[in-house]
Design a binder for this molecule. Sequence first.
Ligand SMILES: [Zn+2]
Ligand SMILES: [Zn+2]
Length: 279
Amino acid sequence: MLVYRKRLECHPITTAESNGASNIHWGKLVKIITLGTSHGDPTHSRFNSATVFEVDQHLYLIDAGAPVNALMIRNKLPLQNLKAVFITHLHEDHVGGLSGLIKSLVKYPAADQHTTFLLPEEAAIGALLGWMGAMHREWNPQLLSFGVTTPGPTYQDGKINVTAIPTAHYENEKKPFPSYAYRVTAGAKKFLHTGDLKWDFSDFPQEARHEAFDACICECTHFDVRIVQNILKKCNVKRMIFNHVGNQWHGDGEKRFLDIVSELPFPCAIAHDGEGFEI
Ligand SMILES: [Zn+2]
Ligand SMILES: [Zn+2]
């Protein structure tokens, strides 16, 4: 059951704002649903990272932690409407649900169904397809396509435009692998999803300081939230939604976290599994 938080003030798109490519008009909203909100491990109350957003009945995922297919079904999100999946990086808590998601997508396909998967490393595509093959799962190739995320504009389909912003998450392990934040634009709405970040917060996307965003979905596990306030307070966002929630911020810790960020000049929330936010 989705619980939508109070909608933020939104303004209708004017002719000048609309580039004609989007079907979003006059006050239509982007719905963001935080399906899984835990840190690197599932906990008693949170599954691994998966955020779905809905634009004009088209669904998109950012990250696919397990059990993302089950969480979409539980939240009554029709899998055949899933148009694209954007992976921030290849840690298991962000991709562990991919095989189940693909199984659910191809087992009961609808007419004209198609889902694009964008993964940050080429080798992951072959490995994923190999794993699906090992489970003897086959499908009509028209159902799915796979590509590699590249920095900059990486996806557009007439409903949304997605830009990949490189982050430095793997520097936490002194490894060179790519990781990305995503900027999503849908009509006049725009939000930022940070993905996982570096321990010192130095890779927090500068775009959040220079552009206006209706929301920022920011992880809150890999850095000390008490010492990044100076960076966060310069963000030009209408709302901050913290996900990838560490154990210390579960339960009673949630109030302590919200006290820490209460000085920021915009409303902040800690996301829970299955919670919806409208922007
Ligand atoms: Zn993670
Ligand atoms: Zn990670």
